[in-house]
Design a protein around this ligand. Structure first.
Ligand SMILES: [Zn+2]
Length: 97
């Protein structure tokens, strides 16, 4: 009897580390302006995740508990504001208003 486990049963510590950021980044290719996925490695936290290039995402439950939410433009931020919620720019995490 051998006590050595088969190789496929070994834990894979790299699976989480290889998850990549899917935020769209403005850029250029041979056809002109375009957008592509960021692709930087993601780092998970208790409240969401962030990537090595500075993108971040906070879970909806955490946003609600802290009284803010993502707004794609100032109009959406104003609507959130009427509901007592702070509208935050998804790009840099700053408030719109
Ligand atoms: Zn990213």
């Amino acid at each position: 009897m051998s006590a050595t486990p088969p190789p496929e049963s070994l834990p894979n510590d790299q699976a989480e580390a290889q998850e990549q950021c899917s935020d769209l980044v403005q850029g250029y290719d041979e056809d002109g302006p375009t957008a592509f996925e960021c692709g930087a490695p993601l780092r998970h936290t208790d409240s969401g995740y962030s990537c090595a290039r500075g993108h971040s995402y906070t879970y909806a439950a955490v946003r609600a508990a802290e009284g803010w939410d993502y707004a794609s433009d100032a109009v959406e931020a104003a609507l959130l504001g009427h509901a007592g919620v702070i509208g935050i720019r998804p790009d840099d995490g700053r408030p719109w208003l």
